[in-house]
Ligand binder design. Structure first.
Ligand code: PXL
Length: 293
């Protein structure tokens, strides 16, 4: 009877996936871990976190505080290794220093498995400019980290800094974007995706390249005429959550694009919206419907 019951259970309940997310906590500002945790958890996926720093706000504000947690990163890894924890994905975002990138690279070596995903969002630049505190050397270290990823998710600015290239502007044409993708593929990740690209006819979306099939892929949503912070983190978190819900990489990217667009639209239509992040919270019911939950 017990065996029968267990067999029945194993067919009806799927094992809960576990993601490790390594990035900072910006206490106020709706980005990095305060975006990844709610989105991935809402999608039904356990989210273990490695906080790399605690900031009073993200770095688009003036006078933010910054407590560096580098010294905690190695002991956390060692403890998790001793416990034998297994992760279905490791998703990294904003990292505070070259030293932290080195430690994250060791996390990848420790926790990489045959069938888990390493997702690197090299969150470090926007509109052709590196975020406060970052240097071209930091971007070069980030490029080395990308080598170990299954999927990288830079925007156009980040792609250019990873490659040490001139920034062509957010309205780069498709030929320029494809050329950037082929150069990014040389860094070593299996799939490379440039997010937040804008083309004529109000198109806004992503273009990617799969180094195994040697194929490009893309997808666009409506372009909403506003500037928004934190959308890269909403996109990467949703992508990770969708992948953990067994959608393909391409489907997961489309779900991420649709939810990011819905969050931007909601913010645009909200007269009381804050300008330091998007209303992703209000669109969580839409996201769950979109993934069939
Ligand atoms: O959303 C990217 C991000 C994450 N973390 C911190 C940031 C930013 C963007 O500015 O400053 C601390």
């Amino acid at each position: 009877m017990r065996i029968f019951f267990n067999l029945f259970l194993s067919r009806t309940t799927k094992h809960m996936k576990r993601v490790m997310s390594i990035q900072d906590i910006s206490c106020l500002g709706k980005c990095s871990l305060t975006t990844a945790l709610p989105i991935i958890s809402a999608m039904g996926v356990e989210t273990a976190i490695v906080p790399t720093a605690v900031l009073s706000t993200h770095t688009q504000f003036n006078d933010f505080t910054f407590r560096d947690l580098t010294d905690d990163m190695i002991p956390i890894r060692e403890h998790w290794k001793r416990e034998g924890f297994i992760f279905d994905a490791i998703y990294t975002g904003y990292l505070g220093s070259e030293k932290q990138i080195e430690i994250v690279s060791d996390y990848f070596d420790t926790f990489k498995k045959e069938n888990n995903y390493i997702i690197v969002d090299p969150a470090m630049a926007d509109n052709g400019k590196l975020y406060t505190g970052f240097t071209p050397d930091f971007a070069r270290s980030m490029a080395k980290l990308c080598q170990k990823a299954d999927i990288i998710l830079p925007n156009i600015s980040e792609a250019c800094f990873l490659l040490g290239r001139e920034y062509p502007g957010e309205e780069a044409n498709i030929r320029q974007v494809k050329e950037l993708l082929l150069a990014l593929a040389q860094l070593g990740a299996k799939k490379v995706v440039i997010t937040g690209v804008t083309f004529e006819n109000n198109k806004f979306g992503f273009v990617g390249y799969d180094t195994e099939s040697k194929e490009f892929f893309d997808y666009y949503t409506e372009k909403i005429d506003t500037t928004s912070h934190g959308t890269g983190d909403v996109f990467a978190s949703t992508f990770t959550g969708a992948l953990m819900n067994d959608f393909t990489v391409y489907e997961s990217l489309k779900i991420a694009a649709d939810y990011t667009c819905a969050s931007i639209r909601n913010t645009y239509n909200d007269p009381d919206a804050v300008n330091y992040g998007v209303n992703f919270e209000s669109e969580i019911p839409y996201l769950l419907k979109r993934i069939g939950k």
